[in-house]
Design a protein around this ligand. Sequence first.
Ligand SMILES: NC(=O)c1ccc[n+]([C@@H]2O[C@H](COP(=O)([O-])OP(=O)(O)OC[C@H]3O[C@@H](n4cnc5c(N)ncnc54)[C@H](OP(=O)(O)O)[C@@H]3O)[C@@H](O)[C@H]2O)c1
Length: 245
Amino acid sequence: MNTIILGATRGMGRALARQMAARGDTLFLLGRDEDQLAHSAADLQARGHEGLPGTCVCDLADATTFAPALSAANAALGTVDCVVVTAGLFAPQDQLVADLALTWRLFDVNLTGTIVFCEAARPLLLADGGGTLCVFSSVAGDRGRKPVALYGASKAGLSYYLEAMDHTYRGAGMRTVCVKPGFVRTGMTAGLKPPPFAGDPDPVARRVLSAIDRGTPIVYAPAMWRWVMLVIRGLPRFVMRRIGF
Ligand SMILES: NC(=O)c1ccc[n+]([C@@H]2O[C@H](COP(=O)([O-])OP(=O)(O)OC[C@H]3O[C@@H](n4cnc5c(N)ncnc54)[C@H](OP(=O)(O)O)[C@@H]3O)[C@@H](O)[C@H]2O)c1
């Protein structure tokens, strides 16, 4: 499989890139920092991965980087079977409330930038028969919740977009996979107290890879979060107002 991956420099994206590389997929890495990209490419090569035709800078906060990055990837790969976006930003609710510039940046990256990037990538997939668009949203977008009101709103918008992409383009051959991680121990969550059912990047990446192969439209990871969020989505508002979850 020829895959463009945005976000392979850290966390779940790095775990997923390593697993894709290990099974022989050809990867083109996109990311906002040239040094981090070179480091990630060297990491994959050190693990014996040969199918790495290149890297290119692409910053979700700067839409002018999207077209050059995607055309470099397309030229290097020849055909594009899969586009994965794991890149995203998180900040705690109190920091976002205190810093509206940070709030703006979070929505810019997680919502506007990610959706516009997907719109730019979609024609590449459809031109090559459809393929798979796999994007990391979050369980935080499943219900309006006090501790993640702003981050959750950015991911809720993204999840709705991805659902609509699946409805619109599956008939044309493009499968959209919306990944909804629960709490996963990565740099993003460093310093936060892990709740029950917290996960780790490698098992999450295995689950995501299987969802990509099957074209599963929504994947919760770790799997338990599907049931947690089923309960949370069913709670009445008066309960949601009282609890801190
Ligand atoms: N960890 C969790 O518990 C959790 C839960 C729910 C959802 N998620 C979502 O899952 C995804 C992966 O999370 P993670 O925990 O693996 O995060 P992570 O370890 O913090 O990695 C984030 C990745 O996003 C990239 N990135 C950040 N801003 C970017 C920008 N403007 N342009 C391009 N790349 C950018 C980072 O690149 P650099 O190397 O350049 O910094 C890094 O590769 C994110 O979308 C996150 O919102 C995570």
